[in-house]
Design a protein around this ligand. Sequence first.
Ligand SMILES: [Zn+2]
Length: 134
Amino acid sequence: MEKRYPDIHDIRSDKALYDYTIALKNRYLKKSSPLNKVLYDDKITLKKQALGLHSYIAKNHGGKTKSKNEIRISSKLRQVPEPLLRMVVVHELAHLKEKDHNKAFYQLCCHMQGDYHQLEFDLRLWLTMLELED
Ligand SMILES: [Zn+2]
């Protein structure tokens, strides 16, 4: 694992994570709904195998409906190799277009990141290693 992914990314702050996510979105999903927030969240535990969360909140402001798209990424992913962080971001971005984990969803993931399935597998391994270290 260490050999395949030598470098831990340096996207530590929420601002850096937001910029990183928007760059990917602009490249692959320009026409999808805008993204208001992207942040690291300590409360997302990896035990439940949830790596990130995507939420879509529709609020009513004096007759006008305002919608908000947020992506939250487990803060455990502050310290993983870049391709693994990217896999989670790609996953959450794909939910902007496809709510369910269906065929179209995974096609979109693979479009954004060719080796998506391999990375998903590797990320599970990586996280298992982290848990063993705790
Ligand atoms: Zn999902």
